[in-house]
Design a protein around this ligand. Structure first.
Ligand code: ADP
Length: 547
């Protein structure tokens, strides 16, 4: 083969912030801080301070490949760490603070983190953990001297003091683009969390996919609210993609309640917001209870929803109440996370709202860089007819090939595909729809019932705040669905009327055998329904149809 004659420039994360500082120097980063007030800075500021941080890290004896952990909300200092740590060749390990302390202890020790940077809100947590993290040789609280906490953390350093002593004179080192850049652990709802180790190359390629028009279409004209946390798959890659295109970024800090999110949407004139369904549920409840009129007050054009299935009722509410288009997207920690995005094709231009909603309920088409296939239990490929549901397998340059410090884990098949653990259909236009996690699918009389489809149908009832469906043992059918519902505050709703509502919306044999009402549903650290815990909660439950 004859080699091409193009420049071999490594794809490095530092090049993203260099580009933003040069071509979008006044592009704004707005942060709600832990200390309270709104903070404003620019890409040029982030670049300058990330270089000061890199100098400080060198001073603290950090070398390329060292793991530097964060326990922090979305904000400008966290963004400086994204660039300062990875840019100098070390690895940014973002930790989900919603994990149990024992899980955090496990992953810090597994990653052998050397330094831990954390927000003020995590002082008590770090005080508790400091004694059991032997590899961590330094703790840095991400605040200034005026807010420096009284606490028992040994040798605690102050972030702003650390930066103040450094110049921004720093040349980003050039190295192999396959060098590791950041580390994120899956939430480990079953078994121990597993580390996904991203590279500079995978992160830069993923940013291009996120910016692309048929990806998430991010550009310099957008004001992007990152409700998705920076400890959840790098906030879906937004801090990188934002710098690539110079988008204005809005970071909500710790305040993810409906009122605070609405305030930011309004005051910062956000055009695009990204997050999981649970936060949007809180926003919609706030809009309802305060009788707000978002279409008049906001300029929100698009809402990217992923992490769990976006229910049809939610997609519709955003369309009718906000005048905003829901971009349904799917991915996972192991996929950086972007896999599919539900954008419309030209042929859908004349669709009615109803037709469009049916399409938007699907998780969308693969972005360039991600190959999809569905297979049956015997690993034979299934047709893309929108009906056949099978195990969803993926392949691409920003998809994990194994887990960190678990090199023996055979996670790919012979053709290099990764099993996502999801069950899906793919229609002839390439629109993929998740029907379930393979471990949550309800196996009834040899057929599969989609728990997600039932949940979404139930959420369409005006008195339902949240719904979950699990399979419970049945004497005749092996398993049958049990619907577990949280009623909206002050609403009356009974079993019979809810089942009547569902009849006609799903096949008759999918109808739940029973409905249980609860005050709240358990969630995982990433805001998904915690089906494992639900199954434990209902372990002794017997279906009336099976007694
Ligand atoms: P966790 O750490 O909980 O695994 P991830 O974000 O990696 O967090 O979870 C990925 C999983 O979330 C996917 O495999 C899929 O089951 C689910 N998921 C993500 N996006 C969607 C979506 N749009 N619709 C349905 N399920 C989704």
């Amino acid at each position: 083969m004859l080699k091409g004659l193009m420049q071999d420039q490594p794809l490095l994360i530092s090049s993203l912030i260099e580009h933003a500082a040069r071509f979008h120097p006044r592009g704004e980063i707005v942060s709600r801080t832990n200390e309270g007030p709104i903070h404003r800075c620019t890409y040029a500021d982030i670049h300058r301070r990330a270089r000061q941080l890199a100098n400080a890290l060198v001073g603290l004896g950090v070398h390329g490949g060292d793991r530097i952990a964060t326990l922090a909300w979305n904000g400008y200092r966290h963004m400086e760490l994204y660039y300062g740590v990875s840019g100098m060749g070390a690895i940014l390990h973002t930790i989900n603070p919603r994990l149990f302390p024992e899980q955090i202890e496990y992953i810090v020790n597994h990653a052998e983190d050397q330094l831990l940077f954390f927000d003020l809100s995590f002082v008590p947590l770090v005080e508790r953990l400091a004694k059991v993290l032997p590899t961590v040789r330094g703790f840095v609280v991400m605040t200034d001297r005026a807010h420096f906490p009284e606490c028992s953390i040994p040798g605690l350093l102050c972030y702003e003091d650390l930066l103040a002593t450094q110049t921004s004179d720093y040349e980003w080192p050039q190295f192999d683009e396959n060098t590791a850049s950041s580390l994120c652990y899956t939430s480990g709802t079953t078994g121990n969390p597993k580390g996904v180790l991203y590279s500079h190359r995978s992160s830069v390629l993923h940013s291009w996919a996120a910016c692309a028009t048929d990806g998430l279409a991010i550009g310099s004209s957008e004001t992007v609210l990152l409700v998705v946390p920076m400890f959840h798959v790098n906030a879906w890659g937004m801090p990188y993609a934002g710098a690539m295109c110079g988008a204005r970024l809005v970071m909500p800090g710790p305040a993810l309640d409906g009122r605070s999110v609405y305030q930011l949407l309004r005051d910062e004139q956000v055009t695009l917001a990204l997050g999981v369904p649970t936060v949007w549920m809180m926003l919609l409840q706030h809009v309802d209870s305060e009788r707000l009129n978002p279409a008049d007050e906001l300029c929100l054009r698009r809402v990217v929803i992923g992490g769990s299935a976006a229910p049809r009722a939610m997609i519709e509410r955003f369309a009718t109440t906000f005048g905003a288009f829901v971009v349904h997207a799917w991915g996972m920690t192991e996929m950086s996370p972007l896999g599919t995005v539900c954008n419309l094709l030209p042929k859908h231009a004349g669709y009615s709202l109803d037709q469009r909603l049916s399409l938007q309920e699907k998780q969308g088409r693969a972005v360039y860089g991600v190959e999809l296939k569905i297979v049956d239990d015997a690993l034979a490929s299934l047709p893309h007819d929108g009906v056949a549901a099978g195990h969803l397998l993926v392949r691409g340059p920003w998809i994990a090939r194994c887990y960190y410090r678990d090199d023996d884990s055979a996670v790919l098949d012979d053709a290099g595909f990764f099993d996502t653990g999801d069950v899906a259909t793919i229609d002839p236009d390439g629109y993929m729809q998740i029907t379930d996690r393979s471990k949550d699918v309800i196996k009834s009389g040899g057929e599969w019932i989609s728990s997600i489809a039932l949940e979404n149908a139930a959420i369409g009832h005006p008195a339902v705040a949240e719904a979950a469906v699990i399979g419970v043992p049945h004497a005749k059918w092996q398993e049958r669905p049990l619907l577990i519902v949280v009623r909206k505050a002050g609403q009356a709703l009974e079993r019979a009327s809810l089942l009547e509502f569902l009849a006609g919306k799903v096949s008759p044999w999918w109808l739940p055998d029973d409905v249980a009402f609860v005050d709240e549903l358990p969630h995982t650290a990433t805001g998904k329904l915690h089906k494992l815990r639900l199954r434990e909660m209902f372990r002794d439950y017997r279906l009336p149809t099976s007694r």
